[in-house]
Design a protein around this ligand. Structure first.
Ligand code: AHM
Ligand code: MG
Length: 282
């Protein structure tokens, strides 16, 4: 696993340089979801592929930017599901973006996730790792591109931040009631449109709720299990919080295809209990 983390560190340094100095415009290609890819999406994907090619324990790569998983080292043990540059359309307005990695064994089901890592490219570059070894830990990159341990991350039982995703016009009425009830309790809106910085903020500030629900137009939500949802569900659980699809634990789900999406709620235990109450019977 250490070699995988090192490959992610090398990728992060190179992706940060690409974000800072290269073209933030669109390419002429579309990905599996039908989104037109940014040049940065393609470049970040290539960088990650190159760095994992050097790691013999990686058997297969599944990227959000590719239709199918690609075999790597036949003798490898791990499958890596990753989003090379999540929220990449925020790069041109100079907001934070991120890379997300899920490290699986056997297949891409939530129960087979062994470790999860994300990198935030903001004013600073930070990396968060969760695995069976120890607590959820955050590292910061120095000016030479070396990562140093900064702190462990733990969620409080209840937080103060509310990050409600999805198009409000398409929310189910009971979802709107849930979000409104949090605001009327004093929760503050903290939502950038990038799940990495939004979930990072909730983790660092001790708690709250991030939601990307099923909506009238997209009952299965937007965010993909393999690349985005399972890695964050793993990190939030390890940090003492919870992650559900409204009713069930996200890590009990298995995608039929690597690009399958699910409604998702990540947060402190108190907020997640509220979600379950509101969604019970819906
Ligand atoms: P992407 O992988 O195409 O960048 O999409 C994922 C992002 C998340 O970071 C964010 O939470 C969500 O899309 C916001 O989507 P929208 O603005 O369409 O509601
Ligand atoms: Mg994404």
């Amino acid at each position: 696993m250490k070699e995988i983390y090192k490959a992610i560190e090398r990728s992060a340094k190179r992706i940060q340089e690409a974000i800072a100095y290269e073209d933030t415009g669109y390419s002429e290609n579309q990905n599996q979801t039908g989104d037109t890819q940014l040049k940065l999406d393609i470049q970040s994907d290539l960088i990650i592929e190159e760095e994992f090619a050097k790691v013999s324990s990686v058997k297969e790569l599944a990227s959000e930017e590719k239709d199918e998983a690609c075999p790597l080292h036949t003798e490898g043990k791990y499958l890596i599901g990753y989003d090379p540059l999540d929220g990449s359309s925020l790069a041109d307005v100079n907001l934070s973006v991120g890379s997300i990695f899920g490290i699986y064994e056997n297949d891409y089901s939530g129960k087979n996730l062994k470790a999860a890592v994300y990198v935030v490219y903001g004013p600073r570059v930070e990396m968060v790792i969760a695995d069976e070894e120890s607590e959820v830990r955050m590292y910061k990159m120095d000016k030479n591109g070396t990562f140093h341990f900064a702190q462990n991350l733990t969620l409080n039982p209840k937080g103060k931040l509310n990050a409600p995703g999805g198009t409000q016009q398409q929310w189910y009425p009971y979802h709107k009631a849930l979000i409104d009830s949090l605001f009327s309790e004093g929760y503050r809106l903290r939502y950038s449109g990038g799940m990495v910085p939004d979930l990072h903020q909730i983790l660092i500030k001790g708690g709250g709720l991030f939601s990307y629900p099923g909506t009238l137009d997209k009952p299965k939500g937007k965010l993909r299990m393999t690349f985005e949802v399972f890695p964050f569900a793993f990190i939030y659980e390890k940090a003492g919080g919870a992650a559900i699809d409204a009713k069930n634990r996200l890590l009990d789900l298995s995608p039929a295809h690597i690009h399958d999406t699910t409604p998702c709620f990540f947060g402190s235990n108190d907020e997640i209990e509220k979600v379950k109450e509101v969604y019970a019977g819906k």
